[in-house]
Design a protein around this ligand. Structure first.
Ligand code: GLP
Length: 264
């Protein structure tokens, strides 16, 4: 696992956006096959998306041959609800870039048969060629996508029930009322994320410090589903000084030394 530490979320987000753009451009230079990208929601990726939008407008990258799959969506929330992940993604990314509408995939939380919807999603990912890169965030309890603590590390796309903690954390988007946060969601599984050739996780601010400590130094465990990243050959966590603050001093020094050596 690689840990990229920046002074603040702005610098971490710039790093992530430039990294994703470089990967899209690299693939475009060698093949006509689409770049298959996993995407996340939450406050964390907003600055990364803003930089990607700037880069598309400046002609530094194009999403014309990108096929994207979002991680998750609430069950039962109308697609046009301002807090649906459909609305979020259009507001903060899709409405401002050149990704063709037919390349955009987001789970349908209103599907009449949610199990069939999840199975079809997994199949669509396979049909697209599998993920080149999955961009994710992390919940305060270490969850990745909506894989709450004690979700299987071999889980695939499915319906899940959200924990009270997550509904309380996400209540800020629903007028402060945890009961207004849908109780269930559709989410890709931990194994779906880890099936990607590369995984990049963004985590900024002291609220994510415990999750990062557990994911980086803790045992690989369903207690902190992000810890599954320990078993991935190309996992990167992009963090800031606040979110990396709980790891051991020696771990911190190690990550800094590795990066300094690579940039030499
Ligand atoms: C939700 C999403 C996750 C996201 C997490 C953190 O639970 N399902 O994918 O990583 O929120 O959100 P934020 O970035 O707002 O802290």
């Amino acid at each position: 696992m690689k840990i990229i530490i920046r002074d603040n979320s702005k610098d971490g987000s710039l790093w992530a956006a430039h990294y994703i753009a470089s990967k899209i451009n690299e693939k475009a230079a060698r093949t006509d096959k689409p770049f298959v990208l996993g995407l996340c929601t939450g406050s964390t990726p907003i600055e990364t998306y803003a930089e990607l939008i700037r880069m598309v407008k400046a002609g530094e990258v194009s999403f014309k041959n990108v096929v994207s799959f979002n991680m998750d969506e609430y069950v039962g929330l109308p697609v046009d609800h301002p807090e649906s992940y459909h609305s979020f993604m259009h507001r903060y990314l899709f409405d401002h870039i050149d990704e063709p509408a037919e390349n955009i995939h987001i789970l349908d939380g209103n599907a009449p048969d949610t199990e069939a919807e999840c199975a079809a999603y997994e199949q669509a990912i396979v049909d697209a060629g599998g993920f080149d890169l999955f961009l994710g965030g992390v919940g305060e309890d270490g969850h990745i996508a909506f894989n709450e603590p004690f979700s299987s590390l071999s889980s695939r796309t499915r319906v899940v029930t959200l924990t009270q903690d997550t509904r309380e954390v996400n209540a800020r988007f629903f007028g402060g009322n945890p009961e207004a946060v849908p109780a269930q969601a559709l989410t890709v599984g931990v194994a779906t994320v880890l099936s990607s050739k590369e995984v990049v996780i963004l985590a900024f601010g002291s609220k994510k410090a415990r999750a990062l400590k557990d994911a980086i130094e803790g045992p690989m465990s369903h207690y902190c589903t992000l810890s599954g990243l320990q078993n991935h050959p190309a996992g990167t966590i992009v963090c800031d000084e606040a979110s990396i603050g709980e790891v051991k001093v020696n771990s911190y020094r190690y990550f800094k030394a590795v990066e300094a050596a690579e940039n030499r």
